[in-house]
Ligand binder design. Structure first.
Ligand code: NAD
Length: 415
């Protein structure tokens, strides 16, 4: 009984320490000389006020060209610069100049820095652009990454990295040859609750990891959208949203799968799924015996969850993978009964966190946490899942040829 109470106290204390993951970074490269301090106003018995460190002066931030002005760039990444401390948008690449000018005015970008795709290589003559953020349809990522590297720019590329492992390798080689950084925008890996869960696993708080169970589904409408065209998307639900499950199964466990089993389905006659799969179910087997069972669909009501079952506890994110409102619950046995703890960590803008990680790595010439090798490994796994679905057999996977992930982000906030 006493031992159980001690265990419970330890666990609750541990959960308390996870909240530190939301604490502002003290030394993530932000310019302390511009900090403005206020005297405390709350009683000493209260939690001390936590304030974010100041951002870098604008002239010291990494200048980013946004390549492609679609939903993710306009609705998420550009507004997130307001919370960025190390990066600023300085150029826009778009096929629609009128749209580009409207957006340029919102972000104080000169009209001369709104370029057409045909002028992309002119980035080489724009020293104010140090990095590009590529937010184009999936099959265009490779070409625009290779050309950015040749123009001497660092690259933050949206997921999925590309539509073939061969293209992923070309992107890695081009950036390596040019001596430029290549980061894939796996925003969950910079998100505090996901990071808290990965930390719990590393510290064995769930015991030996046994199962990962996850769903990432959404219901697509317009059959003409590029996401439903094989040449632009590379596949259907799997590379777009199923990818989150693959990546989470890997980064939360720190393991790489050695065998996959996959199955795909498209409803006959559904105009949306003439070229790409509607849904995909897959199992990833890992050398330790840990297994991931995942399902992803382009024709089911939005559903985003993950659950990690360990020998001593389980953890659930519901929703998982979303931009906002993520929730993490951990359940373990106390005095013979299951006890649940909701992990309360302040929400951070995931897009700002990943952009700031990229910008800090450029400023400080450090390795990024989610490099091209991370995207290549997910692409290898997706190709094996498709092969398994085609052949109705399990497909073996060799381990990646080297490290797939760089050092952990410097700040607990994910940058
Ligand atoms: P979108 O359709 O809203 O935008 C795509 C942009 O590419 C548009 O501005 C479009 O005009 C432009 N484009 C240029 N050439 C094109 C062509 N030949 N065909 C179609 N469009 C062309 O798409 P989106 O949702 O912004 O997705 C862009 C990328 O971002 C994709 O790779 C996607 O997987 C990724 N994404 C990532 C997240 C995330 O959370 N990390 C979320 C959504 C999308």
């Amino acid at each position: 009984m006493k031992q159980n109470q001690a265990l419970r106290r330890d666990f609750l204390r541990y959960v308390g320490t996870l909240a530190a993951l939301s604490a502002p970074a003290l030394s993530a490269g932000a310019s302390e000389k511009n900090r403005v301090d206020f005297p405390p106003i709350y009683d000493k018995s209260e939690k001390p006020e936590q304030t974010e460190p100041p951002g870098d002066p604008l002239n010291e931030r990494i200048g980013i060209a946004i390549v492609g002005l679609g939903r993710i760039a306009v609705n998420e990444m550009l507004p997130a610069f307001a919370q960025s401390k190390h990066a600023k948008p300085v150029a826009l690449i778009t096929g629609d100049r009128a749209k580009g000018i409207k957006i340029a005015h919102q972000y104080n970008i000169p009209e001369s820095a709104v370029l057409d795709y045909g002028d992309y290589d002119k980035l080489a003559q724009m020293p104010e652009v140090q990095g590009v953020y590529i937010a184009l349809p999936n099959s265009m990522h490779a070409e625009y990454t290779v050309r950015a590297a040749r123009a001497g720019k660092h690259v933050l590329c949206e997921k999925p990295m590309a539509t073939s492992a061969a293209d992923c390798q070309k992107m890695i080689d081009a950036c390596r040859k040019a001596g430029r950084k290549l980061m894939i925008a796996y925003r969950s890996q910079y998100e505090p609750l996901d990071r808290a869960l990965a930390k719990m696993v590393r510290e064995k708080k769930l015991g030996t990891l046994k199962e990962f169970i996850s769903v990432n589904s959404q219901n697509m409408g317009d059959p003409q959208h590029w996401r439903l065209k094989r040449a632009l998307a590379g596949g259907g639900a799997l590379p777009d949203v199923g990818l989150y499950c693959i990546n989470a199964a890997r980064f939360l466990s720190g393991e790489e799968p050695n065998e996959v089993i996959g199955n795909t389905w498209s409803t006959p006659g559904d105009a949306r799924f003439r070229e790409v799969e509607e849904s995909c179910q897959f199992i990833l087997r890992f050398p330790s015996g840990y297994m991931a069972s995942c399902t992803t669909s382009y024709a089911a009501h939005k559903s985003q969850t993950l659950r990690l079952n360990g020998a001593q506890a389980w953890a659930e994110m519901n929703p998982a993978y979303a931009y906002h409102g993520l929730k993490l619950k951990v359940v373990h046995l106390v005095d013979g009964n299951d006890e649940a703890s909701d992990i309360q960590i302040e929400e951070k803008n995931q897009f700002a966190a990943e952009m700031d990680h990229f910008a800090l790595c450029v400023q400080q010439n450090k390795d990024v946490h989610t490099p091209g090798e991370e995207g290549l490994q997910d692409q290898r796994i997706m190709e094996a899942i498709y092969e398994s679905a085609r052949t109705h057999r399990p497909v073996k996977l060799l381990p990646p040829s080297g490290r797939v992930r760089g050092p952990e982000p410097q700040s607990d906030g994910g940058t």
